[in-house]
Design a protein around this ligand. Structure first.
Ligand code: URP
Ligand code: ZN
Ligand code: ZN
Length: 464
C-alpha cells in the first residue's frame, strides 16, 4: 500500500515548508516538491497544515478507580483520540499491592491488544515494591515499559512513601528509565479532607478546596529533591499551578533533570466550575483540581518558555449520570478524573497558536515531539521525516467547531458530558493517518478496531 499526501504545509517542531509526502506501507519514504509518484491513495492537503500525529503521554483507559471503572476502554478511548488528531498514547498500567508489576503488564496487554485504533505504549504505576523485586523494573524496561509512575497522593490506594520513591528513582537512574510523579501531598490533603467532612462540607467544590496549590508545590519540591539525591530524571505529570511550576523551575536551576506536562483542563478551566449549582462541579473533580484562573497564564508562559515540556490530557473519563454520582453526598467518593483525549489538539491550537501565545513549531513540540523524545519513541513518532512512521494529521486552521457532547464532530468519547462544553475552537484535525492508513477522513472514522499496535519504547535519552 502507498499513500501520497499532496500540497500540504508541513510543520514539525523545527520545520515549516510546503511539500508532498510519500508513504510506503507504514513509513514515510520520500518528501519532496510536487512528487509525481503513483500511489494507491492520495490525500489533498491544500490549505491545510500537516502535523505529525499527536502523542498523548497520559491517559487512563479501562482503569478501575474510585470504586468504578473508567467509562472509556481502549476501543472507545483510542477511537476518540484518533478523531482528535492523536495517533499515539501512553496509558498507565497498574501494579497492584502484593502483586508483581509483570502481572500488571499482562493485565493491561489483555485490555488493549486488538482493541485500539492507534498505537499505544504503557507506563507502569508502582504501588509497592520490595527490594527483591526491583529487578522487575529492568525486566519491564526490556519489555518496552521504560517509565514508571509513583504517587505522593491517594494514601492507602496508590500512595508510596519517600523511601519507595528514592529506591525506585535510584534504580531508574541506573537503568535509564524515567519516573513520572503525581505530586500532591496526599497525607496532609487527607487531614484537610477529614476536617472538611467533619464540618459537613460534602459538595464537589470541597474536593478542590482540600487540595491547595501549596500541597502540590510541596510535593514537587520534595520529589525533585529526591530525584536529585537519587541521580535520576523526573517527569511531573499534570502540573496544575503557578506554585508547583515555581518549584519545578527552582529544581531545574539547581541542576535536577526535571520535566513536566500540564493539561488542557489547567489551561482553559478554572475554579468557578466547582462553584456551579447542584452537583455540576463533580464533572471537574480530578486531582490535582483545576485552579484559580490566574494560574492559566502562568502555565501558558511556562509552555512558551520551555519550563513546561508537554501538554497531555490525563484523560480519565467517568459518566456524570451514574459514576460521578457515586459521590453525591460525599465529594471523596466522586471518582477522580475527566474526559478530554480528543480535545487536546484543537484546544491547544486555538488557545496557543490562535491566541498568539505559541508558534506553530512550539505547538507541534508540545502535542507530539517532546513526549515522543522523553518517552523513547522519537523519531519513529513525533516528527515528519524519512523513516518515521507515517502518523500524520491534516489540520484545517480555519475550521470552526463548538465543542459539545452533542456535536458529532467533536465528541466520540464514551462519556455523557464534555469538560469543554461550549468552547469555540478554530483549527481542527480533519484527516488522520496512522502508520500510513487513513483512520479518520474528513472527520469520519474509517479505521478498524485493532489498527493500533503496542509500542516497545526505548530508554530515556533526554529531550535533545
Ligand atoms: O484525577 C485524576 N487525575 N485521575 C486520574 C489518575 C491520576 O492521578 O492521574
Ligand atoms: Zn496522577
Ligand atoms: Zn492520570
Amino acid at each position: 500500500m502507498s499513500l501520497l499526501v499532496k500540497n500540504g504545509r508541513i510543520i514539525t517542531a523545527v520545520d515549516d515548508y510546503r511539500a508532498d509526502i510519500f508513504v510506503e506501507r507504514d513509513t514515510i519514504t520520500l518528501i519532496g516538491q510536487q512528487l509525481k509518484m503513483e500511489a494507491d491513495q492520495v490525500v489533498d492537503a491544500q490549505e491545510r497544515y500537516v502535523f505529525p500525529g499527536g502523542v498523548d503521554p497520559h491517559t487512563h483507559m479501562d482503569m478501575p478507580f474510585g470504586g468504578t471503572v473508567t467509562a472509556d476502554n481502549f476501543e472507545t478511548g483510542t477511537r476518540a483520540a484518533a478523531h482528535g488528531g492523536t495517533t499515539t498514547l501512553i496509558d498507565f498500567a497498574i501494579q497492584t499491592k502484593g502483586h508483581s508489576a509483570l502481572e500488571g503488564l499482562e493485565t493491561w496487554h489483555k485490555k488493549a491488544a486488538g482493541n485500539t485504533a492507534i498505537d499505544y505504549g504503557f507506563h507502569m504505576i508502582i504501588t509497592d515494591i520490595e527490594d527483591g523485586r526491583l529487578d522487575d523494573l529492568r525486566t519491564l524496561a526490556d519489555e518496552g515499559i521504560t517509565s514508571f509512575k509513583l504517587f505522593t497522593a491517594y494514601p492507602g490506594v496508590l500512595y508510596v512513601d519517600d523511601g519507595t520513591i528514592y529506591r525506585v528513582m535510584r534504580r531508574a537512574g541506573e537503568d535509564g528509565t524515567l519516573i513520572c510523579m503525581h505530586a500532591e501531598n496526599g497525607i496532609v490533603i487527607d487531614e484537610i479532607v477529614k476536617q472538611a467532612l467533619q464540618e459537613g462540607r460534602t459538595a464537589p467544590k470541597w474536593h478542590a478546596l482540600s487540595r491547595p496549590t501549596l500541597m502540590e508545590a510541596e510535593a514537587v519540591q520534595r520529589v525533585t529533591a529526591i530525584a536529585q539525591q537519587a541521580e535520576a530524571p523526573v517527569y511531573i505529570v499534570h502540573l496544575s499551578s503557578a506554585d508547583a511550576l515555581e518549584q519545578l523551575v527552582i529544581a531545574r536551576n539547581r541542576g535536577v533533570r526535571a520535566f513536566a506536562e500540564t493539561c488542557p483542563q489547567y489551561l482553559f478551566l478554572d475554579h468557578s466550575h466547582y462553584e456551579q449549582d447542584g452537583f455540576e462541579g463533580a464533572k471537574y473533580v480530578m486531582s490535582p483540581p483545576i485552579r484559580e484562573q490566574w494560574n492559566q497564564e502562568v502555565l501558558w508562559r511556562g509552555l512558551q518558555s520551555g519550563d513546561l515540556q508537554a501538554v497531555a490530557t490525563d484523560h480519565c473519563s467517568f459518566r456524570f449520570k451514574d459514576q460521578k454520582t457515586l459521590g453525591k453526598d460525599d465529594f471523596t467518593k466522586i471518582p477522580n478524573g475527566g474526559p478530554g483525549v480528543e480535545n487536546r489538539l484543537a484546544m491547544v491550537y486555538t488557545g496557543g497558536v490562535g491566541q498568539g501565545r505559541i508558534s506553530l513549531n512550539k505547538f507541534v513540540e508540545l502535542i507530539s515531539t517532546a513526549a515522543a523524545k522523553l518517552f523513547g519513541l522519537f523519531p519513529k513518532k513525533g516528527t515528519i521525516a524519512l523513516g518515521s512512521d507515517a502518523d500524520l494529521v491534516i489540520f484545517n486552521p480555519r475550521r470552526k467547531e463548538t465543542i459539545s457532547v452533542d456535536n458529532p464532530v467533536t465528541h466520540h468519547m464514551n462519556v455523557d458530558y464534555s469538560a469543554y462544553e461550549g468552547f469555540a475552537v478554530e483549527g481542527f484535525p480533519e484527516t488522520v493517518i496512522s502508520r500510513g492508513k487513513i483512520i479518520v477522513k474528513d472527520c469520519e472514522y474509517v479505521g478498524q478496531k485493532g489498527d493500533g499496535q503496542f509500542l516497545k519504547r526505548g530508554y530515556f535519552s533526554g529531550l535533545d
